[in-house]
Design a protein around this ligand. Structure first.
Ligand code: PEP
Ligand code: MG
Length: 754
């Protein structure tokens, strides 16, 4: 091929393309001229455009195939080589098309003699509009330059379709160009809250009308400026404080910076710009290549690198959007971030001030970004099917992190209903804020300690905001989960010291690593287990491989030098396991003493009651443990034999049922008899009705997510606990599968604030 194999050739091709598009005339004529031009420039016997209408790919224009087939040949979704290209959204370049397993013969097109086939998707914003094809009689594989040239044309075509430039083309209205209807996407709530805003794409696209450059020199300058900006921001991150909050280690950032400085990346980008693409379109094309390589690669290392490169492409596109006067800080104030997946560091990069909410096509509730979103108080909804192909940058959206829904381009009534819900929520939040310095004491004088569940340094500011008395559960595994590598002793120490310092006088109970089950570390190869929740997890790992646990204990002891240290172990099943774990604490204290380290001023060692076997061993813990804390999330999953993470069964049984409540009462009474301080730290403690039940059973220490503190405090202040305890006595003797309704009715009768 003579033309597009060189930069000059590509530029000519883009110029011709532009002339065709700008000369006006009917859309069909322009498409006809386009296929003729491509066929002649690429020395192809055939050039065809298929656009997707409903479930068909329809031949809209062709040079070389029988003209009578245009608008008559329709391939079903997935049918033929065209269907394959549309389905995979990847180019297909083959020398012997008729023998390909997906080849579909259409006699009306007269295509029998064509051997070689090159098809590229016409795709924009994850939406595939159709397929652009060239064919030749002779058997050959098209060169890389030719594939690139055809992709560039497809990019321009996609842009024309999306911008409505072919509005007058018959049947095009069915080629869904730009979604404008309201849509409701139902996913899963990952982080609570509501937000009204506009969609901002984490993986942006070249703005409409900006694929072909007006002024290549200026485009190159824009590209240079954006590259410099991306490199600088990475260098700043390395200079800053890596790892401390985001868990992104210096090594990772350095690899990133190295890739950003790699000349071959820059050369590829410049190639696109010099060929006549806008800087944005050039980046988008390179990103397409990286993604294709990522999808094709099996090797873990190559996939990682390609993923990093794609991430850099995205950073560059965002920088480009900001280079023209405005900076990327100029993101709209009410931005709702739309992404396929998001890493915790990326979320922290945007920062809570700039984001109203996050919507993900994939993601997981236990995923690291979700953990960080909850810590930041940013609503997040995930597992939204088809999200990226349905939303455009700038679309108005409503994010519902209570129900796990996203509304695209909503009607005005919906928006105003959400405005009301948001103002109700903020009125409630203001009411809770007024209570934050009031101690939680019932009307009849019982004091209930309300504590916080936390997991990141970011969470600790909730102590003041929510008005909690301390941290009843600090989940140390979060630091391990959001890191890309195993956190070293000093970064563990740093985090624990930060937490203790921010908490000041208020006590903090650290829980040692609770890994396994659904908490897996990407950098630790784990064996697949048939029943992970019943498997090798938490303290079982810690006791079998004590190095990790001892390191963590050493970090905790170092961090608490001169202060009180409270530490507890997760998922202990037998008293012997607790003794073994406690022995490790003593050994570490000994080690620190021998090495002349300053020790904590006092140390309390406790245990989580999560395994029913331990729940029946409370008297035996007397004199061994200093306190116990009940993890109802796990305790109830084992009690009811119902997986807490399996939606089909997780809500099937109610903690507010007589057997569960009798069990909890038994644990409380045994702990009291053994002189053990006892608390509840499962999620249930943060729900007012459950908190009512627990206080009625005698519990006086509840640890919960920050969002629960206000509502539970309001309940406690309205409560007469002696009356509630009498009512509970009665309810415990009933046979109902749940006493939820009765307890709610009792609370209403008494005027308790649920
Ligand atoms: C629990 O099991 O109730 C608990 C608090 O621990 P986690 O939710 O971290 O397993
Ligand atoms: Mg647990």
């Amino acid at each position: 091929m003579a033309g597009p194999s060189s930069i000059g050739g590509s530029r000519i091709l883009l110029r011709k393309l532009r002339e065709i598009m700008e000369t006006g005339g009917e859309a069909q004529q322009r498409l006809d001229r386009l296929v003729a031009m491509v066929a002649s420039t690429m020395v192809a016997d055939v050039c065809s455009i298929y656009l997707t209408r409903g479930v068909f790919h329809e031949l809209f224009a062709s040079q070389g195939l029988d003209p009578a087939a245009v608008h008559r040949t329709r391939l079903k979704q997935g049918e033929g080589l065209v269907g394959l290209v549309a389905e995979t959204a990847q180019p297909l370049n083959i020398a012997d098309a008729p023998h390909h397993e997906r080849f579909s013969y259409r006699p009306e097109t007269g295509e029998d003699p064509y051997m070689s086939f090159l098809g590229v998707p016409i795709v924009r914003s994850e939406r595939t509009f159709g397929v652009l094809v060239v064919q030749n009689r002779v058997s050959r594989v098209y060169g890389e330059d030719e594939v690139e040239a055809l992709q560039t044309i497809a990019m321009v075509l996609a842009e024309m379709v999306a911008s409505g430039a072919f509005g007058d083309l018959s049947g095009l209205s069915e080629v869904e160009a730009r979604a404008s209807r309201p849509e409701l996407l139902v996913g899963k709530a990952f982080s609570d809250g509501l937000a009204i805003g506009v969609a901002v794409l984490h993986e942006p696209h070249a703005p409409l009308g900006r694929v072909i450059a007006d002024d290549p020199v200026r485009e190159e300058q824009r590209l240079d400026a954006a590259l410099a900006k991306v490199r600088q921001s990475l260098a700043d991150m390395i200079e800053g404080d890596p790892g401390r909050i985001s868990g992104v280690s210096r090594d990772v950032l350095e690899t990133f910076l190295m890739l950003a400085n790699d000349p071959s990346w820059e050369v590829k980008l410049k190639h696109g710009v010099r060929a006549g693409l806008s800087a944005d379109a050039a980046v988008e094309r390179v990103r397409g290549e990286h993604r294709a390589k990522f999808n094709a690669a099996r090797d873990h290392y190559i996939r990682e690198r390609m993923h990093d490169l794609e991430d850099l492409d995205n950073r560059l596109l965002r920088a480009l959007a900001g280079v023209d006067g405005a900076t990327s800080q100029a993101m709209p104030e009410n931005a709702i971030l739309i992404a396929r997946e998001l890493g915790p560091a990326e979320l922290l990069d945007y920062g809570a001030e700039r984001l109203k909410g996050v919507a993900l096509e994939e993601g997981a509730n236990t995923g690291h970004a979700a953990i960080v979103a909850r810590a930041l108080g940013v609503p997040m909804v995930g597992l939204l099917p088809g999200l990226l192909s349905r939303v455009e940058a700038g679309d108005p959206v409503v994010l519902d992190g209570e129900r796990g829904e996203l509304r695209l381009r909503p009607e005005e009534q919906i928006v105003s209903a959400y405005r009301q819900r948001i103002s109700l929520r903020s009125a409630r939040a203001a009411e809770f804020a007024r209570l934050k310095d009031t101690p939680a004491v019932t009307k009849d004088g019982a004091r209930v300690a309300l504590l916080l569940n936390a997991g990141l340094a970011l969470d600790v500011h909730h102590l003041d905001e929510a008005g909690a008395e301390g941290i009843g559960l600090f989940r140390t595994e979060f630091q391990f989960m959001v890191s890309e590598t195993l956190p070293r002793l000093d970064s563990q120490t740093l985090l624990y010291r930060d937490v203790l310092e921010s908490a000041g006088e208020r006590p903090v109970t650290f829980r040692t690593l609770d890994l396994g089950g659904d908490k897996v570390l990407p950098y630790v190869a784990a064996e697949r287990e048939e029943n992970p929740a019943l498997g090798w997890r938490a303290v079982r790992i810690g006791l079998d491989r004590p190095a990790l646990l001892r390191y963590q204990l050493r970090a905790l002891i170092n961090a608490a030098a001169g202060r009180r240290l409270r530490v507890m172990f997760p998922l202990v099943t037998t008293v012997a396991e607790f003794d073994a774990a406690r022995e490790l604490v003593d050994r570490e204290l000994d080690w620190c003493r021998r090495h002349g380290r300053e020790l904590p001023s006092g140390i309390e060692v406790g245990v989580m009651v999560e395994a029913p076997a331990l729940a029946w061993s409370i008297p035996d813990l007397q004199g061994r443990a200093d306190f116990i804390s009940i993890g109802t999330n796990d305790l109830m999953q084992y009690f009811f034999a119902a997986d807490r993470g399996n939606q089909r069964v997780s809500d099937r049984y109610d903690i507010l049922s007589p057997p569960a409540l009798r069990f909890l009462k038994r644990i409380h009474d045994d702990a009291e008899a053994a002189g053990l301080q006892v608390s509840i730290c499962g999620e249930a403690a943060g729900r007012p009705l459950e908190a009512l039940a627990f206080t009625a059973l005698g519990y006086r220490r509840l640890s919960m997510p920050a969002s629960g503190v206000g509502p539970v405090k309001r309940l406690i202040l309205s409560l007469e606990v002696n009356k509630a305890a009498e009512a509970m006595e009665r309810l415990l003797r009933t046979r109902a599968a749940s006493v939820r309704a009765e307890l709610t009715a009792f609370a209403a009768e008494q005027g308790y604030e649920l």
